[in-house]
Design a binder for this molecule. Structure first.
Ligand code: SF4
Length: 382
């Protein structure tokens, strides 16, 4: 199979891997250009090629299209082949970034060596200075994690599930703690304790992970408990929640797909943890341990916590203001700035500063009085 054909096959295969905030997020088309995504990376837009080093895999995870024994057209690159074809695309101005993952062939350790080899070739032989997101493989050792972090801007490992029990329903031959969490915690420790002098950029890469949603009977509470722990303990930049899609000819082909709205609510809840100072215990789970689907978690929390204890706009701290639906970080800062110049007295003044009164009014007072409002209907915004 020639290099171009392999490149298209392995880029198409990488659609299953969540990476950055990419657009378009749909299934790629037949051409290589259909497999290049616009990704939001560190505040800038990067044209990202997502690609696998190989779509062959010796593991048999129950949900995965690449599992051993499943029949489809597989392809493999040698590290120097992939480094060469990617760098040629970069030189032609077609891409600015690379997301590189792989099936497992010859063990996780050997596969990790091959991924690191691509990264090192790009940085050292070709002088590549673009964005690089490199996957950590199950079972990668501490030295390999450090080498991956040396060349990448972001590293990640797919946990697949929030805990060992749930993982056993998706990938019974994977060891949650030993193979998956350990490399992630190693990366967190390296970031925390070691000087980044060996890295190509002078700083350690960010860390992310991915969990499959809706295939193992897991609740949102389980997914977000692990998310909150990883944010707290290793400074994880973010978690990608992949809604489960049944793949023909896999043991989970009979399960229904997970609703994309569930993943959306999980992302919104994760954002409350990361950016709004919410604690895990405050997230508005229902009696089944799930977030309500019909309204965003910030609004669901406010209905419980603020309906009888509204936030006084003229006295509240920044942390209190950003918890009000209809007030985001920018608006909270604008409110504080306006307050320094004099008390806020009129609801129209709040609107001018960016407050969505339709959402905020039931949960605030202005000089002790609630602005006129009708209770918001369940809405799909934070
Ligand atoms: S190890 Fe990864 S690529 Fe291989 S079957 Fe499991 S999830 Fe799929």
């Amino acid at each position: 199979m020639d290099l171009d054909t392999r490149l298209v096959l392995l880029a198409q295969a990488a659609i299953w891997e969540p990476a950055e905030e990419v657009s378009p997020a749909g299934r790629p088309g037949a051409s290589l250009m259909d497999c290049i995504y616009e990704a939001s990376v560190q505040g800038r837009t990067v044209r990202l090629l997502k690609v696998l080093l190989t779509s062959a895999c010796e593991r048999d995870c129950y949900y995965c299209p690449f599992r051993a024994g499943r029949s489809f057209r597989r392809a493999t690159f040698q590290p120097d082949e992939l480094a060469r074809v990617f760098y040629a695309m970069y030189q032609r101005g077609l891409v600015d970034g690379l997301f590189l993952s792989s099936g497992i062939l010859g063990g996780g350790v050997r596969t990790q060596d091959r991924l690191v080899a691509v990264a090192e070739l790009l940085r050292r032989r070709y002088g590549y200075r673009g964005y690089l997101h490199l996957k950590l493989m199950p079972g990668a050792g501490a030295d390999q994690v450090r080498e991956a972090m040396r060349w990448a801007d972001r590293v990640s490992i797919n946990l697949e599930a929030p805990n060992p029990e749930r993982l056993s329903r998706l990938a019974p031959h994977k060891d949650f703690m030993g193979e998956l969490e350990r490399p992630l915690y190693t990366a967190g420790r390296i970031r925390r304790e070691e000087p980044p002098g060996i890295t190509w950029s002078g700083r350690w890469p960010s860390l992310t992970t991915q969990m499959v949603v809706g295939a193992a009977g897991e609740s949102d509470r389980e997914l977000l408990a692990t998310t909150a722990r990883l944010h707290r303990e290793i400074g994880l930049a973010r978690v990608y929640f992949s809604p489960f899609h049944p793949v023909p000819d896999t043991p989970l082909e009979h399960l229904p797909p997970a609703p994309p709205l569930r993943a959306r609510r999980l992302y919104q809840a994760e954002w409350l943890l990361r950016a709004y100072g919410f604690r895990f215990e405050e997230l508005p789970f229902d009696e089944t341990g799930n977030l309500p689907l019909q309204e965003d978690p910030k609004l669901a929390w406010a209905r419980r916590a603020l309906a009888d204890q509204p936030v006084e706009i003229n006295r509240a701290s920044y942390e209190e203001l950003v918890r009000v639906p209809g007030i985001g970080p920018k608006t909270a800062r604008a409110l504080l700035q306006a307050r320094r110049e004099g008390a806020l007295t009129r609801p129209e003044g709040l609107t001018a500063l960016g407050v969505s009164l339709a959402r905020a009014a039931p949960f605030i007072t202005l000089n002790g009085r609630r602005p006129a409002h009708t209770l918001p209907l369940p809405m799909d915004r934070s």
